[in-house]
Design a protein around this ligand. Structure first.
Ligand code: AKG
Ligand code: FE2
Length: 353
């Protein structure tokens, strides 16, 4: 068995170019990554560095707001998963403590007369914008400009994934037309160096639910991907301007488990604050996920029946959050304590609470 290797950094530019040899090399490399652990990084994409910088600045501006301002747009106030998530709200990994991250959940602007809102489609509703953030109009504009730029990139990545399966680049258009995607501004406070690593997670070990995730990290490391055969955790090093791409459970299911949706986690041991922006591409909620072409050996049956994106992702949420649910109920009774802890000197007070 070869030594475990961290996700490689691939130049995505050949996808946009005319060099067919470079393009087919990119496709081969992506295919290898999909078989291995479903993770790779890409540079050479079309999301401008300047836009990435501006969006990271928006994220910092938001998290710098006083807690009571952030709580004005608490995502618990709505059923469509938009708005602010308080520190220590989630717990994805059994046997660890609540997660040391706060977030802002954002998506396509879906007004209340939109069919997706009326039909209660996945994460569909109006964005919950902070009213007191510095340069509020620029904040909203940059956030949505970035959202749309990454949405386009996600479509391009799916174009390459189609090619890894030997089908047309346009194969996933029925999935990407009218797709739902959710973006999160995430902030991981600095963890004191001596905190118990077993308990303190930025995000506990998990797999992503949807089709693909495109993650922008700042320069602070902390993301790790599990090398299943050896049980080793591999660091996914921040590369300026790059996206970490990983497949989610939905894609793995469609690929008859031939492509991997892999376990990953965040432990922020840097002693610094960490910011990241994952973009979760679920797909058109009504798209029926079936076994993709060329994912079965001769005579091999599809492992899974057809399911819509909506049902698959909703089921994943239920399964994953079910575990956290009872914990959260318990947490609810101590919510005021958590708010008090988060308002105090963030890192140390929050850890000690
Ligand atoms: O913040 C990161 O680096 C990873 C985030 C992540 O895995 C997630 O939100 O699902
Ligand atoms: Fe994740």
């Amino acid at each position: 068995m070869s030594a475990p290797s961290a996700p490689p950094i691939l130049d995505f530019a050949p996808f946009y170019g005319a060099d067919s040899e470079a393009k087919s090399q990119l496709i081969d490399e992506v295919r290898n990554c999909c078989h291995y652990n479903g993770f790779f990084q890409i540079t050479g994409h079309r999301v401008p560095l300047d836009l990435q910088r501006r969006v990271m600045d928006c994220s910092r501006r938001f998290f710098d707001l006083p807690l009571e301002e952030k709580l004005q747009i608490d995502k618990n106030h709505n059923s469509f998963n938009r708005g602010y998530e308080l520190l220590r709200s989630q717990m994805l990994e059994v046997g660890t403590g609540p997660e040391l991250k706060e977030g802002l959940y954002i998506g396509e602007e879906i007004p209340e007369d939109h069919p997706y809102y009326l039909e209660k489609k996945l994460n569909s509703g109006p964005n919950q914008w902070p009213q007191t953030v510095l340069d509020k109009d620029e904040f909203q504009k940059t956030t949505m400009e970035y959202y749309h730029a990454v949405f386009e990139l996600a479509k391009d990545v799916l174009g390459v994934l189609a090619q890894t399966l030997g089908v047309e680049t346009s194969f996933f258009e029925p999935l990407t037309d009218g797709a739902v995607a959710t973006m999160r501004y995430l902030h991981y406070p600095a963890q004191p160096q001596d905190t118990d690593e077993k308990l303190n997670r930025g995000i506990g070990a998990h797999t992503d639910f949807g089709c693909i995730t495109l993650l922008l990290q700042d320069e602070v490391d902390g993301l790790q991907v599990l090398d299943a055969p050896t049980g080793q955790w591999l660091d996914v090093k921040p590369v300026p301007g790059a996206y970490v791409v990983n497949l989610g459970n939905l894609f793995m299911r469609m690929a008859n488990d031939k492509y991997k949706s892999n376990t990953h986690r965040v432990i922020n041991k840097s002693g610094r604050e960490r910011y990241s922006i994952p973009f979760f591409f679920s797909g058109n909620p009504d798209y029926v996920c079936e076994c993709l072409p060329n994912c079965r050996d001769e005579g091999e049956a599809a492992k899974y029946g057809p399911i819509t994106v909506q049902d698959m992702v909703t089921a994943s949420y239920k399964e994953s959050y079910g575990r956290a649910e009872s914990y959260k109920k318990e947490m609810e009774s101590t919510k005021q304590e958590r708010i008090a802890a988060a308002s105090a000197a963030p890192a140390v007070a929050a850890i000690a609470a």
